[in-house]
Design a protein around this ligand. Sequence first.
Ligand code: ARG
Ligand code: ZN
Length: 899
Amino acid sequence: RVKRRQDYRPPQFLVDQVKLKFILDPSDTRVLTQLHVRFNTDAYDCCDRANLYLDGDRDVIQLVPNSLKVDGRMLEQGKDYNFSKAHLIVKSINGSGKGALVEFQVSLNPSKNTALMGLYLSKNNFFTQCEAEGFRRITFFPDRPDVMSIFEVTLVASKQDYPVLLSNGDCVDSGSCSDGDYHYAVYKDPFRKPCYLFALVAGKLVHLEDWFVTMSGRKVKLCIYVQQGNLPKAKFAMECLKQAIKWDEEQYGREYDLDTFNIVAVDDFSMGAMENKSLNIFNSKYVLANPETATDADFEAIQAVVAHEYFHNWTGNRVTLRDWFQLSLKEGLTVFREQEFSADMTNRTVKRISDVMRLRTTQFPQDAGPMAHPVRPESYIEINNFYTVTIYEKGAEVIRMLRNLVGPEGFRKGCDLYFDRYDGMAVTCDDWLAAHQDANPHVDLTPFRLWYSQAGTPQLFASMEYDHSQSILHLHLEQYIPPTPEQPIKEPMLIPIQMGILDRDGTPVMVDIGDGSVMETKVLNMKEAKQTFTFHHVPPESRLSMLRGFSAPVRFSWKHNQSSKDLIFLMAKDKDEFNRWDAAQTVTLRYILDIMKQMNGNSVKPHLSQGMSSLPPDHHVLEAFKTILLDESLEHRFRSTMFVLPSELFIAQWTKPIRPDDIHLARLHLKRQLATGLNSSFWSVFQKLEKELEGEYRLDAESRGKRALKNICLEYLCCSQDPVALSFALRHFRNANNMTDALACLNILSTYGKEEGELALAEFYRKWEHEYLVLDKWFRVQALVPNKNTLSRVQKLLEHKSFDIKNPNNVYALIGGYALQNPYAFHLEDGSGYKFIADQIWKLDNINPQVAARIATCFTIWRELEPNLRSHVKEQLNRLVSNDHLSRDVSEVVNKLME
Ligand code: ARG
Ligand code: ZN
């Protein structure tokens, strides 16, 4: 059952052409399939040439009896063909010469497809999701990305129920069927593609239309399909699409290649979105938005996802994957492209900070635990479990390092060569690196390859020595890569460390970058386990700013902690804004850890933490934060980001064993200290911004920044449960003319308020009862309340009439919000939170295994937990593995957790 990268063999048969005819019906859809197959002359083992293996998930698709023909000849089961559990095996095919024509009919029942893989229904419309291995739930086919075919698709469906019929490529014919209640449409996609990029949509939909003239002057029709009533909410996504198309032309010279580009929004979708050739299918939450129903963060997410899927047209579709071990070849690269696009469209520093926050809170723990895997995994059981933050986000960091290594121009050259050389092919991460190596012969990329094969977050330890007499500074660096599953011993990696030196006043010290010239920033390419770098002419009392812009996905620390004075200095003076933020994070992290030490030392019980006001921070730290808060020369958005304390999941990585309650209370304590210390500044900034934002809602970056800063001020003001601040927040909630403010207040009120929270939640529900996407926010807010009673609230909400366990967004909001994002409420002393989640995983596994497996990752850190909690998790994991009917998805996750 384990698939291994080294076991890759080219396909025995290729499929040059596929003709599919769908006769759509909710419970009995027919798929007439015609495959032009032939031997793959590149295949090196020819032993099984006689048999054509077609993947097919026989729990979902049935071969219609007496429908299988080869070159017009009817085949007989047992004699000419057979089934294995997951295959249709056609015997004695003559695949040489012009090959053979294989024809058959399949029946399937989309209405029963709750896994949302293959062909399924959502609100009575048909949709497909094929990546990674969903096509085998539609018809029998060699379901692997290195089999690329020309598709021709005919859709036949009831005119009245399914007026819109869509598939990949261009519509070449359409009309009424002889039975006048039915109509048909024929689509041809001129580009060869793997079957995971196939898609169809049929249903009652309306669309927004626009166009784009490409750089070579071709006019492309752009359509976004949504349910009736949602058209105005698609406008923003359309603007994003146009921006993305333009950006890809300007930055990468990539042009769109068909006459139409369609996006379709669907409410039931397991992931974010899917890049099917010319027919992107999106989770509706990444398409639909207006200021009343979507937050600023939602708008930004839409911009990012629309661009991401569009960018896949070149990185993923035109150049595709040889096998699923190469997933990061398209995902890491496309995330990187999207990150750069978003940085150009919004605020570069803030985008970088939020990407790094995400990496550190979710990817670092994955890389440190039982689920750790390299960016290019060596093995998997269920590929759906590998759509991870490691493949996506760490994969993007790897691309970022590569770009920095070869420089922006070298990177563009490498990309051009990659597209040129591999267009229309299914390739590997090695091919990607080869293109960059060939385009940049002066850089040796050999040591860089380890980033693809070695799992685990490298740890960097630094120390320095200063020689006063000669003004020489020695920087000693050591790297250590912890063992991960199946990789006990690691080799040192190439770690590019961007750094700079500041003198005692904060003026940059120019450093020799090696070629004789001097710069403010230097990149140290560390290759050895231990290495020393020497700097000359360094004035005394200089400070180092390390890992600027987070130039490598590593955990950096000084062997001897920097003093909080050094950190405050960097926070105020560093030339690299990212590092100003990072210094602030380190200051606050340090305080939180100190508070925890005192809590344990004094065995302070959680509920007594209110009385700890004698603890730090000292006034220098308060002053430093105050300066940032009031510094009008800084962008609002940056200022607000400086006040986001390290998350509980991030803090947990610095504690052992993990005591989630202590982490939560220590963090809250620091937050309250800041709130008290800066109370009047928070008020004045809040009030000033409230005035400035009065009047009509505006979506520009400046206004978004103002809202972010205003709302974080309000949060600090309320976090000590001051009744005046809370009543203020309630009023603000009621007056809000946009979802950003309303949701921020709702969050604050339900977290820190009592009756105010209940009032706001009730009013919010009444107002938005009929807005599916807004209700998702309502579920999530409640799941995120850091309170020991949240479990019972979540349990009640499962029964709520607006909650549907079959809908992944609902599940992620309520169950996922609770288990993955609310440690204080999830880790309950008696283990009841774990039991509840294990029950949900069990139940969900029968509905949508992919979603169930994602929820199960909430136990990733379980071995680091303090003993009582650990034993409770263990009990639940044991219970889960005892279930013989677990899906491959969940059983892979749970078994890895238990290893
Ligand atoms: N390729 C999609 C994207 O990142 C993700 C699809 C994942 N689907 C899945 N079933 N695992 O844009
Ligand atoms: Zn993607």
